[in-house]
Ligand binder design. Structure first.
Ligand code: ZN
Length: 107
């Protein structure tokens, strides 16, 4: 249940990532604490941050293994471009990523 709530919050943009907190005036800046000059958006967190490069690589490998070559935010959040029969698999990958990065409780 916690994972499903995390996915919904990611889809809505309600996170504790700095870009969102900065919009709410709860963070002095919007930047990723690891990359420093890039805003810590959901897309950056899930797809680009150097902090989670190994996790990003693992997700890509798992997607390629099931012949999925699209790796973007709508795909990872199960929001579009995915046949309904595969949405659960994508959301499971995203939730696994959140758990491995320690971010699931934080969202
Ligand atoms: Zn970063």
């Amino acid at each position: 249940m916690q994972a499903r709530a995390a996915i919904v919050r990611l889809r809505l943009g309600y996170t504790t990532l700095r870009a969102h907190l900065h919009r709410l005036r709860l963070s002095p800046d919007p930047f990723c604490p690891w990359c420093r000059t890039t805003p810590e958006t959901i897309e950056h967190f899930l797809l680009q941050s150097l902090r989670f490069h190994n996790h990003h690589t693992a997700v890509r490998s798992r997607l390629f293994a099931i012949a999925i070559t699209t790796l973007d935010l709508p795909t990872l959040l199960g929001a579009s471009g995915i046949h309904p029969s595969r949405q659960t698999a994508f959301l499971s990958l995203t939730c696994a990523f959140l758990r491995k990065t320690g971010q699931l409780p934080r969202l």
